[in-house]
Design a protein around this ligand. Structure first.
Ligand SMILES: [Zn+2]
Length: 95
């Protein structure tokens, strides 16, 4: 009850951002693109919103897992060469 009143007060003084925006800022934070103001607003939102806390936690876990995996991606030239080889092979099979 008190929590709900606090949320109402916070949203009236425009401290609260909607969940959709909070999730967007959360994504930006993962890519280190969020401004200080956005981070503050996100953290204020997270105090009151359990769903976004869960989203934020899962997002952080995902980022950590991907970093730990040390995934290496093919460079653009290599991908393009593979695509050409594939298309060539496809042509040969269909003829
Ligand atoms: Zn939320």
């Amino acid at each position: 009850m008190l929590k709900r009143k606090l949320v109402l007060i916070m949203s009236n003084i425009r401290f609260m951002i909607p969940c959709e925006e909070a999730n967007h800022v959360c994504d930006k934070t993962q890519y280190k693109n969020a401004s200080l103001k956005e981070k503050i607003l996100l953290n204020l939102h997270l105090i009151f919103c359990r769903a976004c806390r869960k989203y934020s936690s899962n997002n952080a876990k995902l980022t950590k897992t991907i970093k730990k995996a040390e995934v290496e991606c093919l460079d653009k030239k290599c991908k393009e060469a593979m695509r050409e080889d594939f298309n060539q092979a496809l042509k040969e099979v269909s003829n």
